[in-house]
Write a protein that binds this ligand. Structure first.
Ligand code: HEM
Length: 224
Protein backbone atom coordinates (compact mmCIF):
# COMPACT_ATOMS: atom_id res chain seq x y z
CA UNK A 1 0.00 0.00 0.00
CA UNK A 2 1.37 3.38 -0.93
CA UNK A 3 0.54 4.90 2.48
CA UNK A 4 2.49 2.17 4.32
CA UNK A 5 5.46 2.52 1.98
CA UNK A 6 5.57 6.23 2.72
CA UNK A 7 5.55 5.59 6.45
CA UNK A 8 8.53 3.20 6.35
CA UNK A 9 10.63 5.00 3.73
CA UNK A 10 13.71 6.88 5.05
CA UNK A 11 12.70 10.46 5.71
CA UNK A 12 14.57 13.13 3.75
CA UNK A 13 16.88 15.44 5.68
CA UNK A 14 15.82 19.08 5.12
CA UNK A 15 18.59 21.23 3.64
CA UNK A 16 16.91 24.56 3.17
CA UNK A 17 14.98 24.07 -0.05
CA UNK A 18 16.79 20.84 -0.84
CA UNK A 19 16.35 17.31 0.46
CA UNK A 20 18.64 14.33 0.68
CA UNK A 21 17.99 10.65 1.37
CA UNK A 22 18.36 10.32 5.13
CA UNK A 23 20.54 7.21 5.16
CA UNK A 24 23.22 8.60 2.88
CA UNK A 25 23.37 11.74 4.99
CA UNK A 26 23.60 9.78 8.23
CA UNK A 27 26.46 7.64 6.94
CA UNK A 28 28.38 10.63 5.66
CA UNK A 29 27.89 12.43 8.97
CA UNK A 30 28.95 9.41 11.03
CA UNK A 31 32.10 9.01 8.89
CA UNK A 32 32.88 12.70 9.28
CA UNK A 33 32.62 12.49 13.07
CA UNK A 34 34.78 9.39 13.12
CA UNK A 35 37.46 10.77 10.78
CA UNK A 36 37.57 14.11 12.62
CA UNK A 37 38.12 12.40 15.96
CA UNK A 38 40.96 10.16 14.71
CA UNK A 39 43.72 12.83 15.10
CA UNK A 40 42.57 13.49 18.68
CA UNK A 41 42.48 9.78 19.49
CA UNK A 42 45.98 9.34 18.03
CA UNK A 43 47.23 12.32 20.03
CA UNK A 44 45.86 10.85 23.27
CA UNK A 45 47.18 7.40 22.38
CA UNK A 46 50.67 8.65 21.51
CA UNK A 47 50.67 10.82 24.66
CA UNK A 48 49.76 7.84 26.85
CA UNK A 49 52.53 5.79 25.19
CA UNK A 50 55.05 8.59 25.69
CA UNK A 51 55.51 8.85 21.93
CA UNK A 52 55.08 12.58 21.44
CA UNK A 53 58.74 13.13 20.46
CA UNK A 54 61.30 14.79 22.74
CA UNK A 55 59.25 18.00 22.62
CA UNK A 56 55.65 16.95 23.37
CA UNK A 57 54.31 20.53 23.64
CA UNK A 58 55.61 21.40 20.17
CA UNK A 59 54.25 18.12 18.80
CA UNK A 60 50.78 18.79 20.28
CA UNK A 61 50.83 22.39 18.99
CA UNK A 62 51.80 21.26 15.49
CA UNK A 63 49.32 18.39 15.28
CA UNK A 64 46.33 20.36 16.63
CA UNK A 65 47.20 23.40 14.46
CA UNK A 66 47.48 21.39 11.28
CA UNK A 67 44.29 19.42 11.95
CA UNK A 68 42.38 22.65 12.70
CA UNK A 69 43.49 24.21 9.41
CA UNK A 70 42.82 21.08 7.34
CA UNK A 71 39.29 20.74 8.76
CA UNK A 72 38.62 24.43 8.26
CA UNK A 73 39.60 24.18 4.59
CA UNK A 74 37.46 21.04 4.19
CA UNK A 75 34.47 22.84 5.70
CA UNK A 76 35.01 25.67 3.18
CA UNK A 77 35.05 23.11 0.37
CA UNK A 78 31.54 21.82 1.18
CA UNK A 79 29.52 24.56 -0.53
CA UNK A 80 31.57 24.47 -3.79
CA UNK A 81 31.43 20.64 -3.71
CA UNK A 82 27.66 20.95 -3.87
CA UNK A 83 27.57 23.79 -6.38
CA UNK A 84 30.29 22.61 -8.74
CA UNK A 85 30.15 18.83 -8.39
CA UNK A 86 26.52 18.46 -7.35
CA UNK A 87 27.55 16.68 -4.12
CA UNK A 88 24.56 17.65 -1.98
CA UNK A 89 25.69 15.43 0.87
CA UNK A 90 28.62 17.82 1.42
CA UNK A 91 26.20 20.45 2.75
CA UNK A 92 25.48 18.22 5.74
CA UNK A 93 29.16 18.02 6.59
CA UNK A 94 29.93 21.74 6.59
CA UNK A 95 28.81 22.35 10.17
CA UNK A 96 30.46 19.32 11.86
CA UNK A 97 33.71 19.98 9.96
CA UNK A 98 33.66 23.63 11.03
CA UNK A 99 32.96 22.72 14.65
CA UNK A 100 35.75 20.14 14.73
CA UNK A 101 38.09 22.74 13.24
CA UNK A 102 37.11 24.99 16.14
CA UNK A 103 37.68 22.17 18.65
CA UNK A 104 41.23 21.56 17.38
CA UNK A 105 41.93 25.31 17.19
CA UNK A 106 40.83 25.60 20.85
CA UNK A 107 43.10 22.71 21.86
CA UNK A 108 45.92 24.34 19.87
CA UNK A 109 45.38 27.67 21.64
CA UNK A 110 45.12 26.01 25.07
CA UNK A 111 48.36 24.10 24.46
CA UNK A 112 50.13 27.35 23.63
CA UNK A 113 48.67 29.41 26.47
CA UNK A 114 48.55 26.79 29.23
CA UNK A 115 51.27 24.22 28.51
CA UNK A 116 53.76 26.44 26.68
CA UNK A 117 53.28 29.80 28.42
CA UNK A 118 51.91 28.55 31.77
CA UNK A 119 49.05 31.09 31.57
CA UNK A 120 51.56 33.86 32.29
CA UNK A 121 49.62 36.91 31.08
CA UNK A 122 52.71 39.09 30.74
CA UNK A 123 54.55 36.47 28.68
CA UNK A 124 51.49 35.85 26.51
CA UNK A 125 50.96 39.56 25.94
CA UNK A 126 54.63 39.87 24.98
CA UNK A 127 54.27 37.04 22.45
CA UNK A 128 51.13 38.61 20.92
CA UNK A 129 52.84 42.00 20.66
CA UNK A 130 56.17 40.72 19.33
CA UNK A 131 55.36 37.74 17.13
CA UNK A 132 53.22 38.53 14.12
CA UNK A 133 52.34 34.87 13.63
CA UNK A 134 50.80 34.74 17.13
CA UNK A 135 48.74 37.85 16.34
CA UNK A 136 47.50 36.31 13.07
CA UNK A 137 46.63 33.03 14.85
CA UNK A 138 44.80 34.91 17.58
CA UNK A 139 42.89 36.91 14.94
CA UNK A 140 41.85 33.68 13.23
CA UNK A 141 40.69 32.17 16.50
CA UNK A 142 38.76 35.28 17.61
CA UNK A 143 36.88 35.19 14.29
CA UNK A 144 36.07 31.52 14.70
CA UNK A 145 34.44 32.00 18.13
CA UNK A 146 31.23 33.81 16.98
CA UNK A 147 30.98 31.45 14.00
CA UNK A 148 31.06 28.38 16.25
CA UNK A 149 28.60 29.95 18.72
CA UNK A 150 26.08 30.89 16.03
CA UNK A 151 26.29 27.67 14.03
CA UNK A 152 23.10 26.19 15.53
CA UNK A 153 19.69 26.23 13.81
CA UNK A 154 18.39 28.44 16.62
CA UNK A 155 21.00 31.13 15.91
CA UNK A 156 20.41 30.74 12.17
CA UNK A 157 16.74 31.59 12.79
CA UNK A 158 17.49 34.41 15.20
CA UNK A 159 20.04 36.08 12.92
CA UNK A 160 17.96 35.57 9.77
CA UNK A 161 19.51 37.40 6.82
CA UNK A 162 22.52 38.49 8.89
CA UNK A 163 23.66 34.86 9.40
CA UNK A 164 25.18 34.44 5.94
CA UNK A 165 27.32 37.60 5.88
CA UNK A 166 28.52 36.79 9.41
CA UNK A 167 29.54 33.29 8.37
CA UNK A 168 31.46 34.62 5.36
CA UNK A 169 34.01 35.70 7.99
CA UNK A 170 35.20 32.10 7.88
CA UNK A 171 37.20 33.04 4.75
CA UNK A 172 38.99 35.77 6.68
CA UNK A 173 39.62 33.35 9.56
CA UNK A 174 41.07 30.76 7.16
CA UNK A 175 43.23 33.40 5.44
CA UNK A 176 44.60 34.57 8.81
CA UNK A 177 45.28 30.96 9.80
CA UNK A 178 47.24 30.48 6.56
CA UNK A 179 49.16 33.72 7.16
CA UNK A 180 49.90 32.48 10.69
CA UNK A 181 51.30 29.27 9.20
CA UNK A 182 53.33 31.10 6.51
CA UNK A 183 54.85 33.44 9.11
CA UNK A 184 55.82 30.75 11.56
CA UNK A 185 57.61 28.33 9.24
CA UNK A 186 61.25 29.14 8.86
CA UNK A 187 62.38 27.40 5.70
CA UNK A 188 60.02 25.36 3.55
CA UNK A 189 56.81 27.32 2.98
CA UNK A 190 55.39 24.95 0.36
CA UNK A 191 52.80 23.41 2.67
CA UNK A 192 51.39 26.68 4.06
CA UNK A 193 51.30 28.00 0.48
CA UNK A 194 49.34 24.93 -0.59
CA UNK A 195 46.73 25.69 2.08
CA UNK A 196 46.78 29.32 0.90
CA UNK A 197 46.12 28.22 -2.68
CA UNK A 198 43.24 26.01 -1.54
CA UNK A 199 41.62 28.89 0.39
CA UNK A 200 42.13 31.23 -2.61
CA UNK A 201 40.53 28.74 -5.05
CA UNK A 202 37.57 28.11 -2.72
CA UNK A 203 37.08 31.83 -2.25
CA UNK A 204 37.36 32.35 -6.03
CA UNK A 205 34.60 29.79 -6.62
CA UNK A 206 32.24 31.98 -4.57
CA UNK A 207 32.72 35.06 -6.75
CA UNK A 208 29.53 35.85 -8.72
CA UNK A 209 31.16 35.85 -12.24
CA UNK A 210 32.83 32.49 -11.52
CA UNK A 211 29.56 31.10 -10.15
CA UNK A 212 27.68 32.27 -13.23
CA UNK A 213 30.30 30.73 -15.56
CA UNK A 214 30.17 27.42 -13.69
CA UNK A 215 26.36 27.40 -13.71
CA UNK A 216 26.24 27.88 -17.49
CA UNK A 217 28.93 25.21 -17.93
CA UNK A 218 26.84 22.75 -15.89
CA UNK A 219 23.76 23.65 -17.89
CA UNK A 220 25.63 23.12 -21.17
CA UNK A 221 27.01 19.78 -19.97
CA UNK A 222 23.62 18.52 -18.81
CA UNK A 223 22.02 19.58 -22.12
CA UNK A 224 24.64 17.78 -24.25
C1 HEM B 1 46.23 32.54 19.55
C2 HEM B 1 46.15 31.71 18.56
C3 HEM B 1 47.28 30.83 18.11
C4 HEM B 1 48.53 30.66 18.64
C5 HEM B 1 49.14 31.36 19.82
C6 HEM B 1 49.21 29.68 17.85
C7 HEM B 1 50.50 29.24 18.06
C8 HEM B 1 51.18 28.37 17.28
C9 HEM B 1 52.56 27.98 17.43
C10 HEM B 1 53.48 28.43 18.56
C11 HEM B 1 52.86 27.15 16.44
C12 HEM B 1 54.24 26.54 16.14
C13 HEM B 1 54.46 25.18 16.71
C14 HEM B 1 55.91 24.84 16.43
O1 HEM B 1 56.25 24.49 15.30
O2 HEM B 1 56.69 24.96 17.36
C15 HEM B 1 51.68 27.00 15.62
C16 HEM B 1 51.61 26.23 14.50
C17 HEM B 1 50.51 26.12 13.70
N1 HEM B 1 49.29 26.69 13.91
FE1 HEM B 1 48.81 27.98 15.37
N2 HEM B 1 48.37 29.26 16.85
C18 HEM B 1 47.17 29.94 16.99
C19 HEM B 1 46.02 29.81 16.21
C20 HEM B 1 45.92 28.95 15.15
C21 HEM B 1 44.71 28.71 14.41
C22 HEM B 1 43.34 29.37 14.70
C23 HEM B 1 45.02 27.81 13.44
C24 HEM B 1 44.15 27.16 12.39
C25 HEM B 1 42.87 27.25 12.29
C26 HEM B 1 46.42 27.48 13.56
C27 HEM B 1 47.11 26.65 12.74
C28 HEM B 1 48.45 26.31 12.88
C29 HEM B 1 49.19 25.48 11.96
C30 HEM B 1 48.65 24.86 10.67
C31 HEM B 1 50.48 25.37 12.48
C32 HEM B 1 51.67 24.62 11.84
C33 HEM B 1 51.77 23.23 12.32
C34 HEM B 1 53.03 22.57 11.78
O3 HEM B 1 54.10 23.19 11.79
O4 HEM B 1 52.94 21.43 11.37
N3 HEM B 1 46.92 28.18 14.63
N4 HEM B 1 50.69 27.75 16.14
Amino acid sequence: MPVQRLATAPQPVPLGRETLPARRGQWARALTHLASLVPLALLIWDGAQGQLTVNPIQEITQRTGKTALALLVLSLACTPANRVLGLRVALLLRRPLGLYAFLYASLHLLTFFVLDYGLDVELIWGAVAEKRYVLAGLGAFVLLVPLALTSTRGWMRRLGRRWKPLHRLVYLAASLAVLHYVWLVKADIREPLLYGAAVAVLLGLRLPPVRRALASLRLALSAS
